[in-house]
Design a protein around this ligand. Structure first.
Ligand code: PXG
Length: 476
């Protein structure tokens, strides 16, 4: 039987009558948004989203949009899932909050930790029997910095402080998260990175490969930048390397298959810890519960957030591998770190319901064996479009570079903001697709049918055509 046929989600969301102008006025007067130019926003007014069902979102003007980004890479199970609302309601009526600081726990937090441990594949000598909870990916990466440094302190190597990340990596927006990430625009605000965080170049073949270099050779060479940096810093000073399995916010940069195994060889050679930031890539996004399994490496710490609750309530955390957990638990005494909402009972109850639903509907297996390969086949057809330099997917994320010249790979002048032009057409035509520079990216809900993938692809082609027509009109 085809796994493409799944029950439609139980819909609980409903349209509401909304006075768009009134909400925009309140918003503009009082709300400072994430990553937003408010001068610009004030001139156009924020788009007011009101409700959502399945893979579609509606705004206050009644416009229906196919959500090709799962909110912000998180609504893996789709919108309108009554099971998740029920789980939150039941937990709120039972125990809406209690902390886990003073030798206390709660039922959903303990059950979820065990569930996550059972879902995280063992690789080689690594198992993930322990979880530390936060409420977001950023906080989780702050936890990683503290946990990694604590680990080396406990082992009598306090000089191991340096954590190496990558240019154009994204690890969040807190002081440590933004520092671990390699976004120059973020570093430019607030004196970042914080000390002892360094970066190597990203494994982006289209930008960083040598002329004629194969993808496989490039992958090994790009991983070699880590070894060069370790030797430059001094191997005894390096604590950890952090990377996203596939870079998400950086534009869906899919590394060559040779990259991660070579990274593994290097971290093993120097004994440094490996952190896999799977805030986007875990929970089915790449067709596995955790992406390190797909890409062939064995991290010590795994950051998660987003898809663990399908974004319905905030929850994040770190899967702590046995190498680190053993030292922290057996030698560590008290780890002076934690958040008010670590192990929040409502968030954990929703996560449990979400994982149960994902298992019941085989959402992870569908991405691996059915809709993932189908999306790949359809998405790669975009390579025939005159504006597309390179279109590629991994599981249920996809990215393509918009180019001026397909033969040479030359891109348009960045002042033209071709990606934003395309994104504008997408929204006007009922599709949410993100632009990162000249890369257009998708990460749709994992519940899509083949027919919905076809519908999304037709919209993508239409918007690429409209963007090309705009450029041609301007003689470009
Ligand atoms: N790590 C990764 C890999 C992420 O993608 C974070 C950490 C931080 O998570 P929180 O929950 O603190 O936001 C993320 C978040 C974008 C975009 O522009 C991506 C994210 C967040 C906001 C915008 O694609 N990813």
């Amino acid at each position: 039987m085809s796994t493409n046929v799944i029950a439609p989600p139980a819909i609980v969301s409903r349209a509401q009558a909304v006075d768009t102008k009134a909400v925009q006025a309140l918003d503009s007067a009082h709300y400072i948004h994430a990553f937003t130019d408010h001068g610009d926003l004030a001139t156009r007014g924020a788009r007011v989203m009101t409700h959502a069902e399945g893979i579609y979102v509606w705004d206050s003007e009644g416009k229906k949009v196919l959500d090709g980004m799962s909110g912000l890479w998180c609504v893996n199970a789709g919108y309108g899932r009554k099971e998740l609302a029920d789980a939150a309601y039941q937990q709120m009526m039972t125990l809406p909050y209690y902390n886990s600081f003073f030798q206390t726990t709660n039922v959903p937090a303990a059950k979820l930790a065990a569930k996550l441990a059972s879902l995280a594949p063992k690789v080689g000598d690594r198992s993930f029997d322990h979880v530390f909870y936060s409420s977001s990916g950023s906080e989780s990466n702050d936890t990683n910095v503290r946990m990694v440094r604590r680990y080396w302190d406990l082992l009598g190597q306090p000089q191991r402080k340096t954590i190496i990340g990558r240019v154009n990596g994204y690890h969040g927006s807190t002081m440590a998260g933004a520092s671990l990430g390699g976004m120059s625009g973020m570093h430019a605000q607030g004196d970042l990175p914080i000390p002892n965080i360094l970066h190597i170049e990203q494994p982006y073949y289209l930008e960083n490969a040598l002329p004629g270099e194969s993808e496989a050779d490039f992958g090994v060479r790009a991983a070699g930048w880590l070894e060069a940096k370790i030797l430059e810093v001094g191997p005894d000073k390096v604590a950890a390397f952090i990377g996203e399995p596939v870079q998400g916010a950086g534009g869906v940069i899919i590394p060559p298959a040779t990259y991660w195994p070579e990274i593994q060889r290097i971290v093993d050679k120097y004994g440094i810890l490996l952190i896999s930031d799977e805030v986007i890539c875990a929970f089915g996004r790449l067709g596995h519960w955790f992406a390190y399994e797909k890409l062939g490496y064995k991290p010590d710490l795994v950051t998660f957030a987003k898809g663990v609750t399908s974004g319905y309530v905030p929850l994040g955390g770190v899967m702590v591998g046995n190498r680190v957990a053993k030292v922290l638990i057996e030698q560590g005494g008290e780890f002076n770190h934690g958040y008010t909402y670590s192990g929040h009972p409502v968030a954990c109850a929703v996560a449990l319901a979400n994982l149960e639903l994902m298992e019941r509907d085989n959402l992870v297996g569908r991405v691996k064996d059915d809709i993932g390969p189908y999306l790949a086949k359809q998405f790669e057809k975009l390579n025939a479009h005159p504006l597309v330099g390179h279109a590629q997917t991994s599981g249920f994320v996809g990215g393509m570079l918009l180019v001026k010249n397909k033969e040479t790979g030359e891109t348009y002048d960045s002042d033209l903001a071709v990606g934003m032009m395309c994104r504008g057409h997408c929204f006007s035509n009922g599709l949410i697709m993100r632009a990162v520079g000249d890369r257009m990216i998708i990460a749709p809900p994992l519940i899509m049918t083949h027919a919905q993938i076809d519908e999304m692809m037709a919209l993508i082609v239409k918007c690429l055509d409209l963007t090309l027509a705009d450029l041609r009109k301007r003689g470009l």
